[in-house]
Design a protein around this ligand. Sequence first.
Ligand code: KIV
Length: 269
Amino acid sequence: MSAQKPVRRLTAPQIAKRKGGEPIVSLTSYHAHTASIVDTYADFILVGDSLGMVMHGMESTVGVSLDLMIMHGKAVVRGTKKALVVVDMPFGSYEESPSEAFRNAARVMKETQCGAVKLEGGVRMAETIRFLTDRGVPVMAHIGLTPQSVHVMGGFKTQGRQQDDWDQHFEDARAVTEAGAFAVVLEGMVEPLAAQITKEIPIPTIGIGASADCDGQILVLEDMLGLNPAPPKFVKVYGSLGGQIEAAVKAYADEVKERSFPAEEQVYR
Ligand code: KIV
């Protein structure tokens, strides 16, 4: 019998307690293999609806379905042991009413075994966030640039460039906090606004294209690995996987064409 204690997954309340403490590390992941690598270093892994664009070549996240999120959520939970797994609620699965949101969030949690869901919107989603948290669903909120509203916003635009708009973003941040969100993603927001929201609210802020002063950071894994040929401007690229994959595929194709593929490697052992 092993004397080692099983590794326990981080929980939403443990992430909430990290406010103002050790920075929270997070990345997206959509499949078991990459998730198992990310799991060693990340506090939480987001199965983001960005998977519609990254994995499925969609133009925006609007076309992502609940079934697709559940399929990728299951894979990420299976591939990980330690990080909290948060699954995005896709467009159209939660906005209509709090009870629709609960029905769909409960399905996500039961079928994937994830530890929390994320949804976009501030003041307008506060009632729903309260409804979910009161019924056992930990919610991560997402304000600022909310990609599911791309058609209303007229594109992926940095928020808060006009100081006149700042009040709305503060109100969003306060509303999701009061509604019981355990953390909030601040996406695509001018730096001083994100830094001030971080100072003001008592829950962790997770920045993406926002501010280094946020309580944590998140990036889309494929962007930081160098797989996206045109990543957003704010992304620091830490790898060059696109080039490495291309070189490996070329080396393989050359060997096949030259019939120099090692004979023993053609046999299924
Ligand atoms: O879908 C996603 O990947 C996200 C992150 C960019 C925060 O929501």
